[in-house]
Design a protein around this ligand. Structure first.
Ligand SMILES: Cc1ncc(COP(=O)(O)O)c(C=O)c1O
Length: 368
């Protein structure tokens, strides 16, 4: 049986007519930048997440970058985040001119160890940037508390966590700003790049609207220095269709995760945890196995696609040696990089496919 790590054709096949029509309507209208689809999608997204404002931007990376810019974070400033994240979390900080300061993760949720934040706060710290990795929320209470005490901004990287909840609240809506990616494989994915920033702060919202569009307050009148980072009409039209299915898809991901958990219970691999205060949306289903590479090869040989998120922690990436960290500085992230493996998880995965993946894992373990 061939089971790809992800398969976007399956989702398209289910929604073909709706998606084709959405695309065609944009072509026929002839407006491709900042038209009614972007405006309506921003409204719908804000309503869905229960926030006042949403700003469509070019990508998740840009959502983070513009958020930092809106908070006037730049050269000389420090932003606290984690070493086990997608590189764009970090490049957004360094492109804003600030320095990423890393804090290791917890062994169960693989998200920021909030007990280790305070020791990293200096008079240069301007923001905490937690990453709700794999779709599991970070413990936000302590972050919100520290942000208040030290007068810091909180910018949530919710690029993998559309619809995840922390104590009943949507991730991305708890801090000052929340950033989402619509990279095609995300829980809510476009057919190209796209991103969204959400906030309840009107001042930040107004700045973001300018920042994404050359700093303009009106056409050809730039009030601040800005960029070109806009969600486009075609992507917004597609995302408006898909947003209606997000809850259903997240529930399917949760069902698949539960089935994996049942089938793999009792094996000696670490399965994803879901804290009692969280709603995990399983953007990724990440296990930890001590013979990870052999397991990956075994699954590959049997037609099962897997990936590693992420194989090299940020401080060990050549591009970020400049941060000055050493091997051994973040032991949990470093060990995880050697042992984690992401299994296929997408709403269209069938029960037979999930059972096939789980039984191959069990078979592999019996061979060891
Ligand atoms: C945790 C995290 N942050 C940021 C990003 C950047 O998003 P994008 O690829 O849309 O720029 C991604 C997606 O790749 C991500 O997974």
């Amino acid at each position: 049986m061939e089971i790809p790590f992800f398969d976007l054709k399956r989702q398209y096949d289910c929604l073909k007519e709706e998606l084709d029509n959405a695309f065609l309507r944009v072509f026929k209208k002839g407006i491709f930048i900042l038209g009614e689809n972007v405006r309506l999608f921003e409204e719908e997204f804000a309503n869905f997440f229960g926030v006042r404002f949403a700003v469509g931007v070019g990508s998740g990376t840009e959502a983070l970058h513009l958020s930092l810019k809106a908070c006037e974070i730049g050269p000389g400033d420090e932003v606290i985040t984690v070493p086990n994240t997608a590189v764009p979390t970090i490049s957004a900080i360094s492109f804003a001119g600030a320095k990423p300061i890393l804090v290791d993760i917890t062994q169960d949720t693989f998200t920021m160890n909030v007990k280790k934040i305070e020791e990293k706060i200096t008079n240069r710290t301007k923001a905490i940037l937690p990453v709700h990795l794999y779709g599991h929320p970070t413990e936000m209470e302590q972050i919100t508390k520290l942000a208040k005490v030290y007068n810091l901004k909180t910018i949530e990287d919710a690029c993998q966590a559309h619809g995840a909840k922390y104590r009943g609240k949507n991730t991305g809506t708890i801090g000052d700003l929340g950033c989402f990616s619509f990279y095609p494989t995300k829980n809510l994915g476009a057919y190209g790049d796209g991103g969204m920033i959400v906030t309840n702060n009107e001042e930040l919202y107004k700045k973001l609207i300018m920042l994404r569009n050359y700093g303009e307050v009106k056409k050809f009148t730039s009030k601040i220095e800005g960029f070109n980072s806009r969600l486009d009409e075609l992507q917004a039209a597609i995302l408006r269709v898909k947003l209606k299915y997000l809850d259903e898809w997240n529930n399917k991901r949760r069902d698949i995760a539960m089935l994996y958990q049942q089938l793999l219970e009792g094996s000696n691999i670490q399965l994803p945890c879901e804290k009692e205060w969280s709603r995990h949306v399983y953007h990724l289903f990440v296990i930890r196995a001590n013979k990870r590479d052999a397991l990956k090869d075994y699954l590959e040989k049997h037609g099962i696609g897997t990936q590693i998120h992420y194989p090299i922690p940020i401080h060990q990436q050549k591009a970020y040696k400049i941060l000055g960290y050493q091997v051994g500085d973040f032991p949990i992230s470093e060990r995880n990089a050697e042992e984690i493996l992401s299994l296929p998880i997408y709403p269209e995965l069938t029960t037979e496919e999930i059972e096939a993946v789980a039984s191959l894992i069990t078979e592999f373990q019996n061979l060891m």
